[in-house]
Ligand binder design. Sequence first.
Ligand code: AMP
Length: 114
Amino acid sequence: MDNCIFCKIAAGDIPADKVYEDGDVVAFRDLNPQAPTHILVIPRKHIATLNDLRVEDEVVLGRMYGAAREIAAQEGLADAGYRTVVNCNEAGGQAVFHIHLHLLGGRMMHWPPG
Ligand code: AMP
């Protein structure tokens, strides 16, 4: 999609510190990390928010979680634990309208989240 920064990262049109990619998903380090490890996992397909996910997109959502699991292991986070978050719309704290999964680790997470 035109003017979507995450579509441009997925296409390689703007740089990102990529840690994983395959035919369905791309993962890269967050520019403004909120934990020692903060990685964003996105689908190549432009889906604006979780509200816009269609039944046929549920496979790619599964691929995003599968990638997050592999990356967490690669980053040495699996045993200690980590957090995955998908923000939706304004009240959920979403700022970039291309669905993404935050993978956060390397410190203790707090609950409830802010
Ligand atoms: P959200 O608030 O859930 O929409 O999260 C958007 C995330 O994207 C934020 O954590 C930003 O720091 C991150 N972000 C925005 N632009 C970039 C970029 N060009 N490269 C890496 N991370 C980015």
